[in-house]
Design a protein around this ligand. Structure first.
Ligand code: CS2
Length: 498
């Protein structure tokens, strides 16, 4: 079967096609981290802007690790299908906003030059939590991170997003080109502020004058991004080929829902993303906190508990009423009370909608995928709201259950004795703690020993949480329940409604 490309585009069936002349696009955006999420989210919003006639916003995507996306999209002239799967079936659209893909490890200088191009006024990034090389507990750049140490030694050929951004900003400054806006689209609280601090700290270590030029000239808006986008599987590619009539190796699947809230703080021009449905606001924080603590917090809770209970996907977990109830209770009584939201927000409606989104049977969003990188995700998803609840004497039962399930998960062996493929930058350290303090149902002290050792991992729990008696005993309680009854029974005993 032929591949999707400019040449075969007219033959594509059953999909909406780009309604603009792709040959007239110029590159106005460089995107670092062109994974499935970017293609289903920001690139899709940008496609709508292009269809509105402003052709300055073609996207040059950059992969920071593998060449997979270049291989998928290279032969396809950057084209790919976005398949939205919801209760009402499928909606397909060919997205045309990506005009090329560079692979940073192959040619970091090409990526730097692309960002230094005066026509580029926005560099957006989706590099996941770990791509920021932060100390997760403090949210500041970890200057001892091996990749940062390497980039500071060799700043002309960087491998990290921070190194690439700083090299490009240095090139713009040297050439007298105004700065671009660096737009973080990752699931981190105050992601713009975090990115700014990390970029400036990196630049400071190289050249304090450059650091001050960046702080004066560059803008780092925060943004809240939301769309559930599971990793594409080969079955998804085969199904897309059958529907489209051409082979598309770059197809992405997503839920119909999408939200993008962007802080209105740009130093140059930007696409009118609001015309495509984005919300441009002066303060993103309330949206961001709501999304991280309710959606992503619930996701992590469901992922660890669901994986251990033997559920492959989030929608499988949502077939179990006790798990649904657990998630609803987590949101309503553990996480939502910590939010500071304008009175106009329908926070109950938001929670109800989340339960519906998680239940979407069209999405096979694997619990294992969401369970990845817990050490980087849990601080902002679970622990920040636990801290707020502790300070106000609020309920933390489900925060503790989430951490207990995580503690059980990172031991690397499931309840049936099978190996768990734990993907986490701290996997080795965490596994060695689990091995040093093995859990035994008949030995209640083993749980206490492991929980104490885990809470001492300052990178995750900071300095405060290990001192909270309430927090530690809540985690110990739930880990004992999990060991004694198995996670499924433990959740069902507590959360089944009679
Ligand atoms: C998920 C997110 O993989 C994960 O950790 O929680 O990718 C989630 O699907 C998105 O943030 C939804 O917007």
């Amino acid at each position: 079967m032929d591949r999707l490309s400019n040449k075969t585009l007219a033959r594509v069936s059953a999909a909406k096609l780009p309604r603009y002349d792709r040959a007239s696009l110029t590159v106005g955006i460089v995107h670092l981290g062109i994974g499935a999420f970017h293609r289903a989210h920001q690139a899709w919003y940008t496609d709508t802007v292009l269809a509105g006639g402003d052709t300055r916003w073609g996207i040059l995507g950059c992969s920071l690790r593998s060449s997979d996306v270049r291989e998928q999209l290279g032969e396809q002239d950057g084209l790919y299908a976005l398949v939205e799967r919801g209760a009402e079936g499928e909606r397909r659209q060919i997205v045309g906003s990506v005009v090329g893909v560079l692979v940073a490890p192959d040619d970091p200088k090409a990526v730097v030059m692309a960002m230094a191009d005066p026509r580029v006024s926005v560099v957006s990034i989706t590099i996941t939590e770990k791509g920021y090389c932060l100390d997760p507990a403090t949210g500041r750049l970890n200057l001892a991170h091996p990749a940062i140490v390497a980039d500071l030694k060799c700043p002309a050929a960087p491998s990290t997003a921070l190194g690439l951004l700083v090299a490009a900003l240095a090139a713009r400054r040297a050439a007298g080109v105004p700065s671009f806006t660096a737009l973080s689209c990752d699931n981190l609280p105050h992601n713009g502020r975090v990115l700014a601090a990390a970029v400036i700290a990196f630049a400071e270590a190289l050249d304090p004058d450059l650091a001050s030029w960046i702080s004066i000239n560059t803008r780092f808006p925060s943004s809240m991004v939301d769309r559930i986008v599971p990793a594409t599987t080969s079955d998804d590619r085969d199904a897309a080929a059958r529907a489209l009539g051409v082979r598309d190796e770059g197809v992405v699947l997503a839920e119909p829902f999408s939200q993008w809230v962007i802080e209105d703080s740009f130093c140059g021009e930007r696409p009118a993303w609001e015309k495509a449905g984005a919300l441009v606001v002066s303060d993103v924080a309330p949206y961001e906190q709501m999304k991280l603590r309710l959606l992503n917090g619930s996701h992590s809770l469901l992922a660890y508990s669901g994986y251990l209970a033997g559920y492959e996907t989030i929608s499988d977990v949502m077939q179990n009423a006790a798990f649904v109830n657990m998630c609803a209770v987590f949101m309503a009584t553990n996480a939502a009370p910590t939010l500071s939201l304008p009175a106009s927000f329908d926070i109950q409606g938001y929670q109800y909608k989340l339960l519906e989104r998680f239940s979407n049977p069209g999405l096979r969003h694997r619990t294992w995928q969401i369970a990845m990188d817990g050490s980087q995700k849990l601080p902002q998803r679970i622990l920040d709201s636990a801290r707020d609840q502790l300070a106000r004497g609020g309920d933390i039962e489900l925060h503790c259950l989430a951490i207990a399930a995580w503690a059980r998960y990172i031991s690397g062996v499931d309840e049936r004795g099978a190996e768990i493929d734990v993907q986490d930058p701290l996997a080795i350290e965490l596994r060695s703690l689990s091995d040093r303090y093995p859990l035994t149902a008949s030995e209640p002290n083993s749980v206490q020993a492991l929980v104490t050792a885990l809470l001492d991992v300052e990178l995750v729990f900071g300095r405060d949480l290990p001192n909270s008696e309430r927090f530690a005993s809540g985690v110990i309680f739930w880990l004992r329940e999990i060991l004694e009854h198995g996670i499924k029974n433990a959740v069902e005993r507590r959360f089944s409604k009679c």
